[in-house]
Design a protein around this ligand. Sequence first.
Ligand code: FAD
Ligand code: SIN
Length: 544
Amino acid sequence: MKKNSLSNYQCDVLIIGSGIAGLSLALRLSSKYKIVVVTKSQVNESATLYAQGGIAAVFNKQDSINSHIKDTLTTGIDLCDYDVVSFIVKNARKCINWLINNGISFDKNVESDRNDEIYHLHKEGGHSHRRILHIADRTGTEIENTLANKAIKNQNIRIIEYMVAIDLITLENSKLFVSRRAVGAWLWNRNQKTIETCTAKAIILATGGASKVYQYTTNPDISSGDGIAMAWRAGCRVANLEFNQFHPTCFFYPKGNNFLLTEALRGEGAFLIRPDKYRFMLDIDKRAELASRDIVSRAIYNEIRNHNIDCVYLDITHRSEQFIRSHFPIIHNKLLDFGFDLTKDIIPVVPAAHYTCGGVIVDKFGRTDLDGLYAIGEASYTGLHGANRLASNSLLECLVYSQSVSKYLIDTLYNIKLVNSLPLFNIKNSQEKHHLSDINLEFYLNKIRKSMWNNVGIIRTHKSLKNAKHEIILLNKEINRYYNSNFLSDKLLEVRNLVEVAELIIYSAIQRKESRGLHYICDYPNLLPNALPTILIPSNYVKK
Ligand code: FAD
Ligand code: SIN
């Protein structure tokens, strides 16, 4: 790994993003290659850090691989790729063991309720068995911090914090390569406010999802769809972006930041009730509160609208105080800060944007449409989730793909040449141009997120999608005009990617003329007989 005077880092593999996908891949590759991981905030800031429920895998003797496959397919409403589902579920145990070997200790059953099962397993919506390995309600924090500490100490991994990938550097077919290829990335150094580059034999997008495109979300600020936008601009296809998952139970607190209340609470018996205490999920699905997320979120949305209420309530007060405190310590403490006692009070909740089921199209080795470019984790579309992700399958997908991508790169990368000299142009030669203040960008950001929430949310209509399309296309044009004539800033990069992804979500939603899973459109309430993914091809959407 070297950094020359032109701020050009070189390495074998450049990984963009340091969540579970990026870090587990870096660790797996580090025995063989020099890795640079760039990450736009602190190393551990990621959706991974906030994961609560855990990781789905078959560890229960009553459970089976077939049952996990079936639950994933049923939740995805016939739109999952069977081969991919089977590949991921079958590799789950091996990958969980990799995590355990890397220092993660999942909660075990106490002797008295062991029932022959070693691990305490959570149950979540859509799962027919207890299947979720976890560490109380701080699974993501334990995983992220453990992997980050290992990566920091690893001689072959260099982690560069506060470094934002702006766009990919590509080379057209040349003497070096037979086809167009990604050879690096332009980077924005947030501390120095300078543009740098990194060239590598393989570039990995591990940038997470795009739920920040919605006004209300469970996700951290980093989830702005950067990898999806970058891949699209570089000419890669994307799929199924209309399927944004809304988690049913986000803490509702208008005066402060909202946060997730894990589905595992409902797995341990929590009810959803209206202010008049009515348990409405019993009328909607025989699984009641443990129906899949699309169904529960839509039900809450309808209760709120039909009864003109602000929120519904989560009630687990019938479980013992000791049980709640030991299983959900983080949530219990966090709620106390807001004046709610999970052991005694009912807790106000609303749905919020949670997970991007679609993304950059990849094959089983994480290969995108562009040679040299790979995508992994929530940024990618593998075919696992279909029209709705089964709870706790996401961390699993990250782990299984880091195994398969690493194996592929270990087998093939020795063949690839590193590009030493880049074409002599700069991504943005515009630092002398006038400056647009961040205040205006905040205004654009809010406009995008509001429009997406109101028009492309839990329930859509033909008209709402048309309104959103009109609004977002105009905003995209304006923001790109500003991008081409202003200083770079953290906010400008974020807004540019968010508006790009918003447009792609809208195009995808308009294309689907049916209601399936997370995409519910009043004008087409039924399922079409054939389940097909929505694929967008960049050359069909050339900007005028
Ligand atoms: P992330 O963990 O989001 O990491 C993305 C990384 O990319 C970050 O380091 C970010 O800084 C970096 N990055 C982004 N853009 C750039 C850029 N332009 N340049 C440089 N770096 C960039 N799933 C489960 O399976 N089980 C759960 O229990 C669970 N609970 C969840 C709870 C919450 C509150 C949330 C928000 C999600 C939860 N999920 C859960 C979903 C799961 O956490 C995520 O899908 C998963 O962690 C994604 O991992 P990732 O590595 O792909 O992305
Ligand atoms: C949760 O704990 O409810 C989130 C799990 C997930 O998103 O998979």
